[in-house]
Design a protein around this ligand. Structure first.
Ligand code: FAD
Ligand code: SF4
Length: 331
């Protein structure tokens, strides 16, 4: 048995100082990732610093029409907040389609962004895995890869990013605010999640001991008409095989503004910029939605086991766009 020290930080500075000064320590929020992986010997911290007393739970509308979510706000609280449901329904839907009610009550927004991959080789604590133990190889590439990524992969890792709400936040150009030993920082969400490349063990640019304090979503009128569509093996309590966050604004029948991001198919929450570029100014009809989906998936690199995800992602994009355009059945 490994001994673990537990302390409850009374304020933000103490929490950051405690973790920054000790490479064997981790923050503890809801614990739904951290404790799971600790029990499985995937994470081996010697010290847990509980951050649940920190004043980081607010969910506020910003004067400019955006949203600021404290990193310790629970998934269920954010999903239920009227400002989220009115201005950014895609965020509420992505949260409600994730995990289970009990988990959503425990799990924090900061912890959600930092949850770890569901790759079984990563989680068994034994198989060669470049993410868990750099340089040991990737067991999934020649192994069981049905749930793995088809976009943003490298020869060193093909694990799918698991968060649902991160996909909605990616579509909405959110910013992740942090505080660390070096002071405060802000990351555009697209820069916050790193592609695996040669360094799959690095999933974000934060230093050890850097604390996510808030997530900010800028005003986006387009988001009032937005949707999160999640395709999975069973209807609840399951991660996405493919998911899509879409926001759409039409003038007459033409696409005036659109946001598309994908989950379940990429190594990071995937902003579908090719699809967006194709759609702006196009007539909102199925043939254009299909072409947008095709151009987005053009660089997909599936394995033999997950080739079905390419078509699944294309169909999810088309269905979500059709639903928002009023041409299709509700998702
Ligand atoms: C059975 C199961 C099913 C799930 N299904 C889904 C799903 O369908 N969709 C989905 O999106 N998620 C799903 N999840 C993941 C779940 O949403 C995450 O485990 C949860 O959001 C993590 O939040 P937490 O507060 O419990 O984090 P913790 O477990 O406390 O922390 C997670 C990690 O983040 C670090 N951390 C936490 N907060 C901060 C912070 N503020 N700053 C810096 N570091 C921090 C911790 O040190 C740790 O490394 C599922 C989880 C389980 C167990
Ligand atoms: S896909 Fe990534 S997480 Fe899974 S075994 Fe390969 S390196 Fe590890």
């Amino acid at each position: 048995m490994r001994p673990i020290t537990y302390s409850r930080a009374p304020d933000t500075d103490t929490a950051i100082a405690a973790v920054s000064s000790d490479p064997t320590s981790d923050f503890l929020a809801g614990g739904t990732t951290e404790v799971d992986l600790l029990r499985q010997n995937v994470l081996t911290p010697r010290r847990l610093v509980d951050i649940n007393d920190l004043p980081l739970t607010g969910i506020e509308a910003t004067p400019a029409g955006g949203l600021r979510i404290g990193s310790l706000a629970r998934m269920s609280e954010v999903a239920a907040a009227p400002v989220v449901r009115e201005r950014f329904p895609v965020i509420a839907q992505a949260l409600e389609l994730g995990a289970s009610a009990q988990l959503r009550n425990m799990a924090s927004m900061g912890g959600n962004l930092l949850q770890r991959v569901r790759c079984s080789y990563f989680r068994d604590a034994e198989s060669p895995c470049n993410k868990r133990e750099p340089g040991t190889g990737c067991s999934a590439i020649e192994g069981f890869s049905r749930g793995h990524a088809v976009l943003g992969t490298s020869e060193h890792c093909i694990a799918t990013h698991p968060s649902d709400v991160a996909v909605a936040l990616m579509a909405l150009d959110a910013t992740v605010h942090t505080q660390g030993a070096e002071g405060e920082r802000s990351y555009a969400i697209d820069d916050f999640f790193l592609l695996p490349g040669n360094t799959p063990h690095r999933e974000h640019p934060m230093a050890h001991g850097e604390l996510i304090t808030a997530i900010e979503v800028p005003a986006a009128p387009v988001a009032r008409k937005s949707l999160y569509l999640k395709v999975r093996d069973r209807e609840s309590y399951e991660f996405a095989l493919a998911s899509v966050a879409v926001a759409l604004s039409l003038v007459d029948d033409t696409v005036a503004d659109v946001r598309v991001a994908l989950g379940g198919v990429a190594t990071k929450p995937w902003r579908a910029r090719r699809a967006e570029d194709f759609l702006i100014g196009a007539v909102a009809e199925r043939v254009n939605f299909e072409q947008a989906a095709r151009v987005e998936l053009i660089e997909a690199r599936p394995t033999a086991m997950n080739a079905f995800k390419v078509e699944l992602a294309r169909r999810a994009i088309v269905r979500a766009l059709e639903t928002l355009a009023g041409n299709g059945s509700p998702a």
